[in-house]
Design a protein around this ligand. Structure first.
Ligand SMILES: CC(C)(COP(=O)(O)OP(=O)(O)OC[C@H]1O[C@@H](n2cnc3c(N)ncnc32)[C@H](O)[C@@H]1OP(=O)(O)O)[C@@H](O)C(=O)NCCC(=O)NCCS
Length: 208
């Protein structure tokens, strides 16, 4: 296990990100000026979330679900929308000609014992605009506020975008590797001493 963590986002989150209660819809302005709403998902969002998955590339779905993701079963999506423990956030486009605002990203926090597991999916044409960072920051904050002691993220070792998104949190993480899958565990409560801080051996985040 290795400690890892460097980054650029401070405690207040990315510019334009208003932190309130997790259930409140919040307006989010991305650095490029695009405006989104972020809110808690409900069962009524099944169609919007299904469309989000359809509009994502196979690579994005595979990175999110670690393979076998040509189509996510509606029953699984339903469970993700209203998890027994945890929360799912959706980002929707504020200005849209469609009657239902398209869902362009989903962020999941699933509670398992005293650890919460986080995962993200940002629609391909909305990637690299700061949205993933903003959503992850909010999940981390919520997990800490609701008493989880750690946040876990399962990430394929080749998934540079997600590793960079995590690195931007600037929080030390323990990294376990099982083949091509990394599990990063981020303590949320007591301050940690990043013994062996730096990137894990044999592990690097590529510059683009
Ligand atoms: C990973 C993901 C959530 C990142 O979301 P995003 O909105 O693109 O992230 P941001 O715009 O906030 O960028 C965060 C960091 O990732 C980097 N990044 C984003 N896309 C990248 C790409 N295609 N190549 C290289 N770096 C990339 C950004 O440059 C930034 O790093 P930096 O600050 O060091 O420059 C998004 O790419 C995604 O949904 N991927 C498919 C699903 C997935 O991989 N989920 C993770 C499983 S838990």
């Amino acid at each position: 296990m290795t400690w890892w963590g460097t980054g650029t986002i401070g405690d207040e989150g990315p510019a334009g990100w208003t932190v309130r209660g997790i259930a409140d819809p919040v307006a989010l302005r991305l650095p490029d000026g695009a405006e989104l709403d972020v809110r808690t998902a409900t069962a009524d969002d099944l169609r919007g979330v299904d469309e989000l998955h359809e509009q994502c590339s196979m690579r994005s779905r595979n990175r999110r679900y670690h393979g076998g993701a040509s189509r996510i079963a509606p029953a699984r999506l339903r469970r993700l929308l209203e998890p027994a423990r945890g929360v799912t956030l959706l980002a929707t486009v504020t200005c849209s000609r469609q009657s239902a605002r398209p869902v362009v990203a989903m962020a999941n926090l699933l509670g398992e014992g005293d650890t919460a597991e986080a995962a993200l999916l940002v629609r391909d044409d909305w990637q690299r605009r700061g949205l993933g960072s903003a959503l992850l920051h909010r999940l981390v904050r919520h997990a800490g506020q609701t008493g989880y002691v750690a946040l876990a993220l399962h990430v394929q070792a080749e998934n540079t975008p997600m590793l960079r998104t995590i690195r931007r949190l600037d929080r030390p993480s323990m990294v376990d590797r099982d083949g091509s899958l990394l599990t990063l565990t981020m303590p949320l409560t007591a301050a940690v001493s990043p013994v062996g801080a730096g990137r894990p051996e044999g592990f690097s985040v590529a510059a683009s």
